[in-house]
Design a protein around this ligand. Structure first.
Ligand code: 5GP
Length: 175
């Protein structure tokens, strides 16, 4: 197998600083924002992003999975960890690793609707428009990418490679 660097560490960090400034500006003056990371993939992106926010934030996590050990979405989203906090009257910023088919974001928006949040916005590290099935609104996006299966910076292949500081394209071909 081989991994080609697709988004370098430097490029990622530069973009996250820009995104952090944009989000801080949009929520300026608000009492608090609950930043909700979608596990497992978003934890590295969220850790870097929140350190670029100049806002009062609380952090929570939701556990969702749709891929199993495959590289294709099953379309069947399992929620295996729900929020511990009441979000009514709060601003919620959902942080995703990647929006691919849109199944996960759609399922999470359904889960959170009806909990009376003041607002629910989506911030995704990556977006792969080629494979989108559901029309989803991404309020903040770090990078739009082509139709590749990517790993690193939180994203896995069968549970591995999340720790890479860059995003790479995984392929089975030997180089
Ligand atoms: P969706 O539900 O939008 O199809 O996909 C969302 C989830 O699928 C992501 O949170 C991520 O865990 C996984 N996923 C989608 N595309 C990729 C990819 O290119 N690489 C990896 N490692 N995971 C992906």
């Amino acid at each position: 197998m081989a991994i080609d660097v697709y988004l370098s560490e430097e490029k990622i960090q530069k973009r996250i600083a820009e995104l952090g400034a944009e989000i801080s500006k949009d929520y300026a003056g608000e009492e608090e924002v609950i930043v909700v990371g979608v596990l497992n993939g978003s934890f590295i992106f969220m850790a870097d992003l929140v350190r670029k926010l100049d806002l009062p934030v609380q952090m929570e996590f939701l556990g969702a999975s749709s891929y199993g050990d495959e590289t294709e979405s099953s379309g069947n989203v399992k929620i295996h960890l729900d929020l511990r906090k009441d979000i009514s009257g709060k601003h919620v910023l959902l942080v995703e690793d990647i929006v691919d088919t849109g199944n996960t974001i759609k399922a999470l928006q359904e889960l959170l609707s009806g909990r009376n949040a003041k607002s629910v916005k989506v911030c995704s590290f990556l977006f792969k428009p080629a494979r989108l099935v559901h029309k989803v609104k991404i309020d903040y996006l770090a990078f739009e990418i082509e139709d590749h299966f990517v790993i690193g910076y939180g994203l896995d292949y069968a549970g591995r490679y999340r720790e890479l500081p860059y995003v790479g394209i995984w392929s089975e071909e030997e180089k």
